[in-house]
Design a protein around this ligand. Structure first.
Ligand code: FMN
Length: 446
């Protein structure tokens, strides 16, 4: 039997960056109407998708020109809500669909987070995934008391300890601890409820967690670290990994690096999928899809691109000279503790490490990255399925895709993914006919 492709829908971007200007947008008229989110969830479940996912960043970008002005003007990375209450509402109109939400271990506390996720796992009946990130954005750090980014390695050390503590807390109450004996008045067996007494570099947590174990006990953990240190952390904490769609050889390299890191952790690489983050534009013809894809980069102000690039690389791109070396820029980004494997490093791989680039050229590439144009599959359903199968096989046939769409949800999720792409993948035996598991963990490993 052919290996199945997993599909999740990333709904993070439908209201930010330039997405809201595209055809079918419902911002201004309906956003943030919970009814629209509920409808997107119903549609995603109709299509049999594994999960709707929400990434996060908490600060309004402020690195570009040391100001939030352009980000505010053009809706770069904002507005963004705390998604847990919205997920609760979406879960009440669905039965199988999973939900992924994102918090930064750099700012949150594991006791609070473990307790929150336990509640969400109860409410959704075992359909929660936690995408744990370190954050690399100055505006986020500024909201949590930091003037500078915390050292990149230290962020990952904290992330590993954070998840270790969460897991011990989720295990601190045994699944059969509760008795609820009306006659004796016994609620729970004290021998099955244990303190964890964790004392580590970053956290001191006594425990136990004051809750009933949830259906999954441990919500599914996702992680997106792409640097060597991030890959090690992902191998330590993640059930499944997020990857950024790149060229096929670079994706295959990431898969192979992750496999080595998993083996070093004593884990089986066959059980850990990578969900590749990409965008889908499906048309009746290739020309129609291409035209839609090109509309993503039309009329985007350069200030919006600058605010996006500066936010995501930790370097104020308004200071760039007319011509510069990508290597030097990359060195400055690494020195500032932002990600060593972000936009500039990928561009350096494309152009050659020693290449010089003009400011205009740099911003042209930046426009494509900021709008998701560079990771958009555009074509007919058959062409998209061909491309996805090729990438899936080249990266070890484990995991699948975290797709977003270039127009607005929920209409575009139907037009692109559910009514066109999913049936094509099903025809090829690459997608399951219906949900097979009860929990998200079971569906992701099906
Ligand atoms: C698919 C994907 C989703 C991500 N989602 C978020 C997010 O929601 N919020 C965030 O601050 N960073 C997000 N990131 C960035 C990662 O957390 C991480 O910083 C990045 O992959 C670079 O890896 P590194 O930190 O190991 O250098 C995401 C990355 C990828 C590839």
């Amino acid at each position: 039997m052919k290996k199945r492709i997993q599909l999740a829908f990333d709904m993070s971007w439908t209201t930010v960056e330039t997405q809201w200007r595209l055809p079918g947008s419902w911002v201004d008229q309906h956003h943030p109407n919970i009814g629209l989110f509920e409808e997107a969830a119903r549609q995603a479940e109709r299509g049999g998708l594994d999960m709707i996912f929400f990434g996060d960043s908490t600060g309004i970008p402020s690195t570009w020109k040391d100001s939030i002005e352009d980000a505010v003007s053009y809706g770069v990375a904002w507005p963004r809500f705390e998604m847990s209450p919205w997920i609760t509402a979406m879960s009440r109109v669905t039965s199988h669909l999973g939900f992924g939400l994102t918090y930064a271990s750099t700012f949150m506390h594991p006791f609070y987070t473990a307790r929150l996720l336990n509640s969400l796992d109860h409410i959704t009946n075992g359909r929660i995934a936690f995408n744990v990130i370190t954050s690399q954005r100055r505006a986020d750090f500024a909201n949590y008391g930091y003037d500078e980014l915390v050292d990149h390695n230290e962020r990952y050390e904290r992330l590993e300890e954070f998840i270790d503590v969460c897991r011990r807390l989720w295990d601190s109450v045994a699944p059969d601890a509760f008795i609820w004996d009306r006659k004796t008045g016994m609620v729970a067996d004290p021998t099955k409820v244990k303190a964890i007494n964790h004392v580590g570099k970053f956290f001191k947590v006594a425990g136990p967690l004051s809750v009933i174990p949830s259906p999954q006990v441990h919500p599914v953990i996702l992680q997106a670290g792409g640097s060597p240190r991030g890959t090690r952390a992902a191998a330590h904490v993640a059930d499944h990994v997020f990857g950024l769609t790149k060229t096929v050889p670079l994706m295959a390299q990431q898969r192979s690096d992750l496999d080595k890191a998993l083996v070093a952790e004593g884990r089986d690489p066959e059980k850990v999928g990578i969900l590749w983050s990409s965008r889908a534009v499906v048309g009746e013809t290739k020309a129609e899809a291409d035209a839609l894809r090109e509309s993503m980069i039309a009329d985007v102000p350069v200030e919006a691109v600058g605010a996006w690039l500066s936010h995501n690389t930790g370097y104020d791109m308004s200071l760039l000279p007319p011509k510069f070396s990508l290597r030097e820029l990359q060195e400055r980004i690494v020195a500032a503790n932002a990600s060593p494997v972000g936009f500039v490093s990928l561009l350096a791989k494309q152009h050659g490490e020693t290449a010089e680039i003009t400011r205009e050229e740099f911003f042209r590439h930046g426009l494509s990255a900021a709008t998701g144009h560079n990771i958009t599959f555009a074509g007919t359903a058959t062409q998209l399925a061909d491309q996805m199968e090729e990438m899936f096989e080249a990266t070890g046939s484990r995991g699948g895709f975290m797709l977003s769409v270039s127009q607005s949800a929920p209409r575009a999720i139907m037009l692109n993914i559910i009514d066109q792409l999913v049936p094509e993948l099903k025809r090829r035996g690459r997608y399951r006919k219906s949900y097979e598991g009860k929990t998200l963990r079971e569906n992701l490993s099906a």
